[in-house]
Design a protein around this ligand. Structure first.
Ligand code: ZN
Length: 237
């Protein structure tokens, strides 16, 4: 996945180098010491890459944040979501907002960790992103998958059967045009559509299958993505 690789011999690393830190510092040290070549796993000489894993979940929570605040959404979606949630609550439903806006870097980490962990692509197929010095490829397919899986678990990403699509690199969350929320109630409730008419909706465990609820959301221009359980947006994507 790197655009520049220095050819070099495979072999044991110097004992001072941690397995998770075989980046440029190591390469420079070897060159300075007159050693021929650099480790085959070395990334670009400009950055020290960190392998995929739990580290990146912690990193993202400081450097690539999400918001759970409806106020951070973009209008008119923000106003529409507020009205929809108000109608749900008035009908007796509980609404738990998980994500409104998401940084582009976070979307990047979501996308590739989801794909690699599920074996939808190889670790070496992951693209790079400026400002995110992650090494997806551990040099071993199973280890690469395990590192990505740590991130999927840490981020709490929805996986099949709940979500059958990879989190998008160009998610509507990035522009404040999507919301992830869990809506729960027991039995049947009557929810008001935007025009004031009431629709009786039975709770369903599978949020993707609850077309009556989707219809109510649509009246507020809050559209359900039926492949992604908590996801509603301006476009349904
Ligand atoms: Zn979403």
């Amino acid at each position: 996945m790197t655009s520049f690789r220095t050819p070099g011999p495979l072999g044991p690393q110097p004992s001072t180098v941690l397995p998770s830190d075989t980046g440029s510092t190591n390469a420079r040290t070897l060159f300075a010491a007159g050693t021929v070549g650099a480790p085959a796993s070395a990334g670009t000489t400009a950055s020290t890459k960190r392998k995929s894993g739990t580290y990146w979940v912690t990193w993202a929570n400081s450097n690539a944040k999400r918001s759970t605040d409806v106020a951070d959404l973009s209008d008119p979606f923000k106003t529409n979501v507020k009205a929809f949630i108000a109608a749900l609550k008035a009908a007796g439903a509980k609404v738990k907002v998980n994500t409104t806006t998401r940084s582009k870097k976070r979307a990047y980490l979501f996308h590739w960790s989801w794909k690699i962990s599920l074996g939808k692509c190889s670790a070496s197929a992951a693209k790079e992103m400026p400002g995110v010095d992650i090494e997806w490829d551990h040099g071993d397919a199973e280890k690469s998958k395990a590192g990505a899986q740590e991130m999927v678990s840490g981020f709490g990403l929805a996986v099949p059967p709940k979500s059958k699509v990879a989190p998008s690199l160009n998610s509507n969350h990035i522009r404040g045009n999507a919301i992830d929320m869990t809506i729960t109630w027991t039995g049947k409730i009557k929810i008001k559509k935007k025009d004031g008419t009431e629709v009786e909706v039975a709770h369903m465990k599978d949020a993707n299958a609850n077309t009556s609820l989707h219809t109510v959301g649509e009246s507020y221009s809050v559209k359900k993505n039926t492949k992604d359980a908590p996801h509603w947006s301006t476009t349904g994507r």
